[in-house]
Ligand binder design. Structure first.
Ligand code: TK8
Length: 357
């Protein structure tokens, strides 16, 4: 079944023009898995409103649409999901609070925005913790990660599933960056870099000699456009689908942190659902999260190459240059590992090692 929204993407995503050059708006994307399973009996109706931060062409939006399709098909339309993209309902922190008060049903924040609720999630903010997507997926699928989702119980938030925001890359409008010295600026001022509102990310960019500025994602484009900040850090697909390349000339493939997304449902909404619907919502969240990771992987390198094609100067680091970044942020580990939990980090590192065997 070809969903309307996929056709819409094809229409919207077909091309965008830069100086007369036509650019594809999305890579060849895998179709979502066929929706299987019987239609559930009538356990009432729910119209779920979901706010997300990213754009309609993002893996986050496409997989959220798929999530809605599963629910609609499996309940014969008794559960529908309306997805509001581009931070139009608020930023991660605001939308989480809206779930707690019941004024919004769902949102899809970065894990970094949720460490105030479950401190263990800050493990994902430790720099260079997860060396590959395979390792990251193994951790997100582990009992350790499920324990973090379960720990939201009682906060007003039902954490359904992890998916991929992805490896974070530095972009800026001031200069090419190939080393921490380029970030800090030896004979010029350090870069002002927007970070998520998360203490570990602040520590990372302080350790690299930047002037970090915590800021909501929804304010970021205009802050870069007005020169309030020089740069930011996000996965290539976010930089592309949020059009950051229109106000950022330089990119550096730092891959300094792998950030998960967490699909969240208001506990009030969850508690108002029949058990049959709760089971379906949980399963649909897992299926759409798995699809999101696949789309994010298909978008990743393609987005970097698209950004270069559209004029962004991309610096890819060799092992020695990457090592300089890893060395510079080692103090962040030393400061934060004990606060997050050495045993938890050891458990995660064990999963990482096993995933490479
Ligand atoms: C979108 C955010 C974004 C995150 C950030 O809601 O704030 O930079 O990486 O993707 O969660």
């Amino acid at each position: 079944m070809t969903a309307i929204w996929r056709n819409t993407l094809t229409l919207v995503g077909a091309t965008t023009l830069t100086f007369g050059m036509a650019h594809a708006q999305s890579p060849e994307l895998s179709d979502p898995p066929e929706i299987e399973g019987e239609v559930l009996g009538d356990h009432g109706s729910h119209t779920l409103r979901m706010g997300i931060g990213l754009a309609e062409s993002s893996p986050q939006y496409l997989s959220s649409q798929y999530f809605g399709e599963i629910l609609e098909q499996r309940t014969d339309g008794r559960i529908t999901v309306s997805v509001f993209p581009n931070s139009q309902l608020g930023d991660d922190v605001q939308m989480l609070e809206m779930l707690q008060t019941g004024t919004l049903d769902m949102t899809y924040p970065s894990s970094s925005a949720t460490t105030g609720y479950v401190e263990e999630l800050a493990a994902f903010d430790l720099p260079f913790l997860l060396p590959s997507r395979e390792a990251a997926v193994a951790v997100m699928e582990s009992d350790v990660a499920q324990g973090m989702l379960d720990a939201f119980e009682g906060t007003g938030l039902k954490a359904l599933a992890f998916s991929e925001n992805g490896y974070r890359q530095l972009s800026n409008s001031a200069r090419p960056v190939a080393s921490p010295d380029d970030v800090a600026g030896l004979d010029v001022r350090g870069l002002s870099v927007r970070t998520m509102e998360n203490p570990v990310h602040l520590a990372i960019w302080e350790a690299l000699g930047a002037n970090p500025t915590p800021m909501a994602f929804g304010e970021l484009f205009s802050a870069m456009e007005q020169g309030v900040v020089d740069g930011q850090e996000n996965p290539w697909s976010t930089i592309l689908t949020s059009n950051f390349n229109e106000v950022q000339d330089y990119g550096t493939e730092t891959r300094h942190v792998y950030t998960p997304f967490i699909m969240m449902l208001s506990e009030r909404t969850w508690d108002g659902m029949a058990p049959e619907y709760q089971e379906l919502v949980q399963e649909a969240a897992r299926q759409s999260a798995e699809y999101e990771i696949q789309l994010s992987a298909e978008y990743d390198d393609w987005s970097r190459d698209q950004l270069a094609e559209r004029g962004m100067e991309i610096t890819r680091l060799d092992d020695e240059q990457l090592g300089a970044f890893q060395d510079a942020v080692q103090p962040v580990y030393e400061e934060w590992a004990p606060r997050i939990g050495e045993d938890l980090i050891a458990d995660i590192q064990k999963i990482v090692e096993e995933s490479s065997n």
